[in-house]
Ligand binder design. Structure first.
Ligand code: GLU
Length: 290
C-alpha cells in the first residue's frame, strides 16, 4: 500500500490583513508540503461575518500571491460550505455526539467559560430560548505526537469542555468546520500556530465521530511583539508590506530558525522559496516561544 501523498494547507480566518505571524505560519506549512513533494492549499475560514471586514479576504489572498505562496487548487471558502457543516451536525446528532445547549452567556461566565453540567441530560426547560449546538466530548487523557513538539498529553473533560459547533447566532463554529474541511480535502498534515495546540485533542474526537482518522499535526511557536503578545488583530499587528516580499520572507525564514544567507533578501520570491524548500529543517525551529 502506498501512503497518501502529503496534502497541507494554510487556513486563515479573515479578521484582518495578513501580518507577519500569519506569514510565518503560511510559509512553514508551504515549505513542509513542498519538501515532502506534497500539495498545498489555501482555505479561507470565513465563518463569522461580524468579525470579518469585507476587504480582508482579498487582502490576504493578494499578500499570499505577492509572497509567491500559490495554492495547487482553487482557494476554498468556508462561507460556501454550510451544507457540508449542516450534514456533519445531523450525522453527529444521529450518533448521539451532539446536543442542544441553552446556557446563557451569564451562566457560562459563572462557570469560567466552561460548559455547566446539565444540557446533555436535557434537564432544562428551554421554552423558546435560542440554543447553540455542542459536540459531546468523551472524558479522555489523549496521548498524541506533535511533529515538532513531540509527545503530547491533553486532558479532555466531557461536558465542561464540549465545544460549540453551531453558535446561537446561527454561525457554524471553527472546531467543526476545520475538521469537516480537513477531512473533505484529504489533508494529511496540519501545520499551524501553537495557539491552537489545546484544541487538538478535542478535534481528534470530532474526527473519530465523523469516521475519519486524524492528520499529522505540527504546531509552530507563535510570533510575539516586543511586549510578548501574540501578533494578531487584537494586538494591532501591522499588515505586511506587499511591496517588500523578499525581506518579509527572509525575516519569516529567520523566525523559523532557518538561517538564510543575508543576500537572499534581494533575490526574487521564487528564488527565496526555492532556497527555503531546499534547506527546510523543521528541527531548526526554535521551541522556546510557545
Ligand atoms: N482559521 C484558524 C485561524 O486563523 C486556523 C485553523 C487551523 O489552522 O487549524 O486561527
Amino acid at each position: 500500500m502506498t501512503s497518501p501523498r502529503y496534502r497541507g494547507r494554510f487556513a486563515p480566518s479573515p479578521t484582518g490583513p495578513l501580518h507577519f505571524g500569519s506569514l510565518v505560519a503560511a510559509l512553514a506549512s508551504y515549505l513542509e508540503a513542498r519538501q515532502h513533494q506534497g500539495q498545498w492549499f489555501i482555505r479561507i475560514e470565513d465563518l463569522d461575518p461580524l468579525r470579518e471586514p469585507p476587504e480582508a479576504t482579498g487582502q490576504i489572498l493578494h499578500s499570499l500571491e505577492a509572497h509567491g505562496l500559490m495554492p495547487d487548487e482553487a482557494v476554498r471558502f468556508q462561507s460556501r460550505r454550510h451544507d457540508a457543516y449542516q450534514a456533519a451536525i445531523e450525522r453527529l446528532f444521529a450518533s448521539g455526539d451532539a446536543y442542544r445547549c441553552f446556557c446563557s452567556r451569564q451562566e457560562l461566565k459563572r462557570h469560567g467559560g466552561r460548559h455547566p453540567n446539565h444540557c446533555r441530560a436535557g434537564g432544562v426547560n428551554p421554552g423558546d430560548r435560542p440554543f447553540a449546538i455542542r459536540f459531546a466530548l468523551k472524558d479522555e487523557e489523549s496521548h498524541w505526537q506533535d511533529q515538532l513538539l513531540g509527545a503530547q498529553v491533553q486532558n479532555v473533560v466531557a461536558e465542561l469542555d464540549d465545544p460549540v459547533i453551531l453558535r446561537k447566532e446561527g454561525f457554524y463554529a471553527y472546531q467543526l468546520a476545520v475538521v469537516v474541511d480537513d477531512i473533505d480535502q484529504g489533508i494529511t498534515d496540519v501545520v499551524r500556530g501553537s495557539d491552537l495546540l489545546d484544541m487538538t485533542a478535542q478535534q481528534q474526537q470530532i474526527y473519530r465521530a465523523l469516521g475519519a482518522g486524524p492528520p499529522n499535526w505540527l504546531h509552530i511557536p507563535v510570533i510575539r511583539n516586543e511586549q510578548g503578545q501574540k501578533l494578531s488583530k487584537q494586538t494591532h499587528a501591522p499588515a505586511l508590506d506587499d511591496d517588500r516580499p523578499g525581506p518579509n520572507l527572509v525575516q519569516a525564514l529567520n523566525a523559523l530558525g532557518q538561517q538564510p544567507p543575508g543576500t537572499l533578501a534581494t533575490e526574487t520570491v521564487d528564488a527565496i522559496l526555492e532556497w527555503g524548500v531546499r534547506h527546510w529543517r523543521r528541527d531548526a525551529i526554535h521551541l522556546t516561544a510557545r
